[in-house]
Design a protein around this ligand. Structure first.
Ligand code: C2E
Ligand code: MG
Ligand code: MG
Length: 688
């Protein structure tokens, strides 16, 4: 047979081959590869219609056209039915051949099994899908280029990070995309230099930071893509560091600044000053440190609430900064404490600044429609005289500030070495004082007030005494100022009030009433419940109100005058007597004396001391008594130690005196004994 002549040739071919008779359209011959592919013996295939094995419409039409003499060849993918009925994908080529020596043509069908190729394609497709998913699921922007710089791949994050316009990203000219990127960066020159370095060395790993115009900070990591040991392109990944860097910055800001005022905190102050110190140690020079503590801030914070207090602090910080130069540093180091570092400042410079701050803070404040006054106390330490480290200097300035507070606030002071000793003993004293109250170690002594006209007892001043088993007798002059500073005076004052009233009631009930004078400290007077406390002490004890006298200091009247006035009227209404203590030592002002419901002045001991020899004391005391008379106030002279002083005062028609000439303050039983002696004895304090 003609076909069989070719068998030896076609059996050697890898592809499956049939030969088909053109008229009957049946298979005439199959090669070995066809037998293997279709799983049928050659004898079963030969003689069957070709179309039975490839039942696709395309094949059926083709064979119909062949029969009609209209078609001669076809080449496409099709499906082949195997012996087990399974259809497998094949590439099929049919052409008309005229074998040598044959009288009629035949059709040669060659078939290539597409299954292995389809398997590879399927695998490849899922690999690509996987790669795409991976690209898209990273937070970094990724761009892959080929060796010529063309774009091979990218992800959406890349488009987003670089704000790449839609028409650019898939543009065939990759140069446009690169130009867009170059134009988006802050410093194009640096960016270009980085790119040049990468281009010059295709195998280079590069890691750079890029700042974009939109304010983004991008980290670019670029790796070469190596294929068969040669660079086959490059992968760029871009990471947005903006948020991370901002968070970092926020953390740093929080660590170095005070959140409320935005001022540097102590840490930042220390660092800055330490830098200055390094230079100064070599070159010499000076600077000063001011420790500024607001006066009465605690009162404001307690009464108006913290939010209000915060606004006050912000305003105070602003005012203090206005008193400083650009080069100085202001830092908030505690609740209402500020430290100012004055660059290249000597003592005179520090004094000028301190006065300026004092004046700024003494101006009335107005916060949330509330008017009030604040003030501050300032301690000053100088470099290098007072210390060589910032911590040491701050401590010295703090000590000096505490000293100002002790002496009545609203001022400034330079540090002096003995102040530190004071500080230590102050802390010990504060502790001991609190214990003393708890253990009941305080006592009241009573000092008589004697009429200068007839030597009769007019009253007694209650003075606190503290006999401590460890410290011995502690004089009020050393613990009262400390208690005023720490606020503990309120505890002491309440105890004194109760105790004095208790004693006064005993005397009243015994038929020997004595007007008892109680010292009231400014802080105690400013307590909102002060009047109530006095009222309830009177009520619960049943004491006749006129037997209680309150000694107030001038400072009470000067501060918050309206508030003080209201309070004084309320006290007056209770029936108690009001006196001004230590008259002449404070902000003496005639104006307020007229305004306030005061009935008594106590001339301070310092003016009595020089009598009768000292001319200015004579003048002051004389004027005070005259003025008091005009205002219908009675006068008590304090600290009368000599008959000469007493006689001089009597000559000026001063009403009464108090002093060692008659008696120091005595415990109640001894005071009673003295009173009895005064009453029965011819020997009175009023005359020799
Ligand atoms: P002060 O109210 O002016 O009291 C008068 C001070 O002068 C008392 O000192 C008294 O002992 C002293 N003194 C009286 N006569 C003479 C004298 O002839 N010569 C001399 N050199 N001194 C005399 P003390 O008891 O040491 O009290 C000192 C200050 O402590 C008082 O001054 C007062 O401001 C304060 N203080 C005393 N007790 C209390 C208290 O219970 N509460 C408050 N808030 N302060 C008190
Ligand atoms: Mg007094
Ligand atoms: Mg006094």
């Amino acid at each position: 047979m003609t076909a069989q002549r070719h068998a030896s040739v076609l059996d050697g071919v890898l592809e499956a081959v049939w030969l088909v008779q053109p008229v009957s359209l049946r298979i005439r011959w199959v090669n070995k590869a066809a037998v293997e592919l279709m799983g049928s013996a050659a004898s079963q295939l030969v003689g069957t219609p070709a179309v039975d094995h490839m039942p696709t419409p395309e094949d059926m039409y083709f064979w119909e056209d062949v029969a009609a003499g209209l078609a001669f060849s076809i080449h496409s993918d099709s499906l082949l039915r195997c012996a087990d009925g399974q259809l497998i994908p094949v590439e099929r080529k049919i052409s008309r051949v005229v074998p040598e020596g044959a009288d009629s043509p035949l059709f040669m069908v060659s078939l290539r099994d597409l299954r292995p190729q389809r398997l590879v394609e399927g695998e490849l497709e899922s690999r690509v899908a996987e790669l795409r998913a991976t690209l898209e699921s990273t937070g970094d922007g990724i761009l892959v280029t080929d060796p010529a710089g063309g774009i091979r791949n990218y992800n959406r994050r890349f488009v987003e990070l670089w704000d790449v316009p839609a028409d650019l990203i898939d543009h065939p000219d990759a140069a446009l995309l690169f130009r867009h990127m170059a134009q988006s960066v802050e410093d194009s020159d640096v960016y270009q230099a980085q790119l040049d370095a990468i281009a010059a060395e295709p195998g280079l790993d590069a890691n750079d930071i890029i700042l974009t115009r939109s304010g983004r900070i991008l980290e670019r990591v670029s790796h070469p893509q190596i294929s068969r040991s040669r660079p086959a392109g490059r992968v760029y990944s871009f990471r947005d560091l903006t948020e991370r860097q901002e968070a970092q910055k926020r953390i740093e800001t929080l660590a170095y600044t005070d959140a409320l005022t935005g001022l540097p905190n102590r840490l930042m102050l220390s660092q800055r000053v330490n830098t200055v110190l390094k230079t100064l140690r070599r070159t010499g020079g000076s600077f000063s440190v001011l420790f500024i503590d607001l006066d009465r801030f605690k009162n404001i914070n307690d009464s108006m609430g913290q939010t209000f207090g915060n606004r006050v602090l912000i305003e105070a910080a602003l005012r203090i900064s206005q008193g400083l130069r650009e080069v100085d540093i202001l830092s908030r180091v505690g609740g209402d404490e500020f430290v100012a570092f004055l660059q290249e400042s000597d003592a005179l410079g520090a004094e000028i600044v301190a006065r300026r701050i004092l004046s700024q803070l003494s101006q009335p404040f107005m916060v949330e429609e509330v008017n009030f006054s604040l003030g501050c106390s300032i301690g000053v330490a100088m470099y290098p005289a007072d210390g060589r480290t910032i911590d040491g200097l701050i401590q010295c300035a703090d000590t000096a500030m505490a000293n100002v507070k002790e002496r009545g606030r609203g001022n400034f002071r330079f540090y002096q070495p003995q102040m530190n000793v004071d500080l230590l003993s102050r802390m010990k004293m504060d502790h001991a004082m609190r214990q003393a109250l708890e253990l009941g170690l305080f006592r009241l002594h009573y000092q008589p007030q004697i009429s200068l006209s007839d030597g009769c007892l007019l009253g007694a001043e209650a003075l606190v005494r503290w006999n401590d088993p460890e410290l011995g007798n502690v004089p009020p002059s050393s613990f009262i100022p400390l208690a005023e500073e720490s606020g503990f005076i309120i505890g002491i004052g309440n105890w004194v009030m109760t105790e004095a009233v208790r004693q006064a009631v005993i005397w009243e009930l015994a038929g020997a009433p004595v007007v008892v004078s109680v010292n009231v400290s400014a802080l105690q007077f400013q307590q909102t419940d002060f009047v109530e406390r006095v009222a309830s002490a009177l009520q619960s004890s049943g004491l006749t109100p006129q037997l209680l006298e309150l000694e107030l200091t001038e400072s009470i009247l000067v501060r918050d005058a309206d508030e003080a006035l209201a309070r004084l009227h309320a006290l007056k209404a209770l029936g108690v007597v009001l006196a001004i203590d230590d008259f002449g030592t404070g902000y003496s002002s005639l104006a307020y004396l007229k305004k306030f419901p005061i009935s008594k002045l106590k001339i301070d001991r310092t003016f009595v001391m020089g009598l009768p020899a000292d001319e200015s004391d004579r003048a002051i005391v004389g004027a005070t008594i005259a003025m008091a008379r005009a205002l219908k106030l009675t006068v008590v002279a304090e600290g009368v130690e000599t008959p000469e002083q007493r006689d001089f005062l009597k000559g000026l028609q001063c009403e009464s005196f108090q002093g060692w000439l008659c008696s120091p303050a005595l415990p109640a039983p001894e005071f009673e004994a003295l009173v009895t002696k005064l009453a029965v004895s011819e020997l009175s304090c009023s005359s020799p």
